[in-house]
Every structure is written in C-alpha cells, then in structure tokens.
Design a protein around this ligand. Structure first.
Ligand code: SF4
Length: 355
C-alpha cells in the first residue's frame, strides 16, 4: 500500500470518484461499503465493478493509519494510539455507554494552545490532521472494536488539538459525520471543543451546523486564565463570551463551558460567583472536570468538597452546572491526559485488529 495516497475519507461523499453511469447510485454504493459495512479494502467491495475497484486502489488507500495500538481501561473505554503515514502519532478514545457508543477524536498531532494542565499541550504542535485522518479515527475505532462505523452515535472533538485552528478539515470531517450517505449522525450529537477563538466561533455560526459547542474557559478572570492557558491573551474572556452570544443569536444551541478544577488555582467561591456572573444571559451549561493527573503537570485536582461547594455556588446563581468525571484515566485516555503514551497501559494489539 502506498503510504502517500489519500483515503476516501479525505473527500465528501459527493466528491468520491465514480464511473460516469448512475453517479449518485454508485456513490451511495461506495459510501455504504466504507461507512455502513466498514470495509477495509476495495477488494472486499465485491458488487463494485472490478475495473472501478482497481481504479480506486490506484488512487486511494482505505486505512489512514500505519499502525494502531489499543489501550483498554478498566472502565471499558479504550485509548487508540494511531501512527500516521508520516510517522507522526495522534490519539482517539472510545467510550461505550449502555445506550450509545461515543468516540473522542483529535484534530491535530499535539496542540499549539499549550494549556498548562494538559499533557497534550506539553507535547507542542506536530501538525494539523487531514479531514480523512479525523474521520478515519472513527473508522479505526469501529474496525478495532468490531462494529459497523454507523453504530457510533456520539462524537466529541476533544482529543488532541484546537479544532478551530484546523478549521476546514474539522468542519469537513463533521460534514462527513452527519452526511446520511456517510456516518449519518445527528449534528446534535457532535460536540466541538475549543479553547475560545472568537472569530472562528463567529465563522462556525454561519455554517448551519446545529452541533454542540464546548468552550474551555477554566477561569473567570484574565490573570488566572492566562496562567492556565498561556495563549489566552489572544482572546480576552469578554470577547469569547461576546462571540458565544453571537453564536446563539445566529441560531446556535446552548453552549457547554468546560472548567477543569485545579486545587487552589481556580476553585474559590468568589471565582464560582464570577463565573456565574460572566455567563448571565447566555444559555450555557458548566461542566466541572476534576483535574486528571499526569506526571510533571504541577497541578492537583480540587478536593471533592470544594468541587461540590463550587458547583453549589454556580447553581445558586441560576446557572446550569454538573460535575463530569472523565473516563479512561488508567489508560492515559481521560481529558487532558492524551500524550501519546506507548509504554503505560496495556496494549492488546500492535496492529489494526479486524472485526
Ligand atoms: S486542553 Fe485542548 S486546547 Fe488545551 S492544550 Fe490540551 S488539547 Fe490543546
């Protein structure tokens, strides 16, 4: 297989190359093999003409990854360490629930935002992922877990990277996720997480995508926020909140505010009240996330009692709030832990397992 070839996931279904007869039908047929049945080679697509399959194999590879390593957690979530054709690596996390299959995907190798509490930020920026490398993470998880790709009903773009800095690839990947001929997901079950880039949030509001927007705020004041997110000076908090009002004015849904609870840094009752005041008039839900430790971070999670008091203060001010415990901590797959660990955890395979 030629590692430099693109994958079909780099293209919208409407742009897949098909024979000139019955184009629409042929595209649906090819998409059904890729996204419905999870085919991993063109050879498997036995009801496509042999000449078309040969043509496709000349121009595309199906699997976007050179190597797939699978790290299961005791809570049934699974971290996927994915090696790209150029040797760079990224990660995805599969989280099974009783009523749904959720996958957390990355938009980059590493991340340029450099959040101080995040192991990915400590890696620095590798490169942007292509559209097909973002969508391909869903395929890799489906192949690895042995179910059809369309069984994935929830996606969160909360893995490595700042998705809005890889705008075209991230939005293109979301369009593939919600295309009825591709992964056929409800946009309401796609969450895009951002550190808060006002101009990109306003641009996203024009895309007509009713997805869930999650903003990593982590502090209600500039000084604390810049300590946690060194690149935060580029976008003052008031400007981020203003862009969220614009998002909702343009038809955007309730936003999620992500707030990692760091002991003695951002967890006082005064900060809880300031946070609630900042969000006044905005349809928002605050997720309080106990910090997930990683070696060398220099932070500790706020103790449970303080998290509960913070939650109560935010709720008392009339803002919707809950505490969210991350999954996959023991496999290095929880929020803020993704750091390409290869030695920790317990990989069950060093090659893409087949269903
Ligand atoms: S929290 Fe998100 S935006 Fe911040 S460094 Fe980590 S991956 Fe990047």
């Amino acid at each position: 297989m030629n590692a430099s070839l693109p994958t079909p996931f780099d293209l919208a279904v409407g742009d897949l190359p098909v024979p000139s007869d019955e184009r629409s039908y042929r595209r649906t047929q090819l998409a059904s093999w890729l996204y419905g049945r999870g085919a991993r080679s063109f050879d498997e697509m036995t009801d496509l003409a042999a000449s078309w399959r040969a043509e496709l194999a000349t121009h595309f590879r199906v699997d976007p990854f050179e190597r797939v390593e699978r790290f299961p957690s005791a809570d049934d979530s699974v971290r996927y360490l994915l090696t790209l054709p150029d040797g760079q690596r990224t990660e995805a996390v599969y989280m099974p629930y009783a009523d749904r299959k959720t996958v957390c995907v990355s938009s980059m190798v590493g991340c340029p935002a450099g959040c101080a509490f995040c192991a990915t930020g400590a890696l620095g920026f590798g490169r942007n992922l292509k559209r097909g490398e973002i969508v391909g993470q869903l395929l890799a998880v489906a192949w690895g877990e042995g179910f059809a790709p369309r069984e994935i009903r929830n996606v969160v773009l909360m893995g490595m990277g700042e998705a809005l800095l890889n705008y075209d690839a991230a939005v293109g990947a979301i369009r593939t996720m919600i295309d009825p001929r591709a992964l056929d997901m409800s946009p309401r079950r796609v969450t895009l997480s951002t550190v808060g880039l006002p101009s990109r949030i306003r641009r996203l509001a024009t895309e007509g995508l009713p997805l869930v927007l999650a903003v990593s705020l982590h502090a209600p004041d500039e000084e604390t926020r810049r300590r946690i997110i060194p690149t935060a000076h580029a976008a003052p908090i008031v400007e981020i909140v203003s862009s969220l009002h614009d998002w909702q004015a343009a038809g955007g849904r309730r936003v999620t505010i992500e707030y990692t609870m760091l002991d003695g840094v951002n967890d006082s009752l005064a900060q809880a009240r300031d946070l609630a005041a900042l969000l006044e008039g905005l349809r928002a839900h605050v997720n309080l996330i106990p910090f997930n430790p990683w070696s060398g971070s220099g932070f500790r999670s706020s103790p449970r009692r303080r998290i509960d008091a913070f939650e109560a203060a935010v709720a008392h001010a009339g803002v919707s709030v809950s505490v969210r415990f991350s999954r996959g901590r023991d496999a290095g797959g929880a929020c803020g832990q993704l750091s390409l660990q290869g030695a920790a955890g317990n990989p069950t395979s060093n090659a893409s397992p087949r269903p």
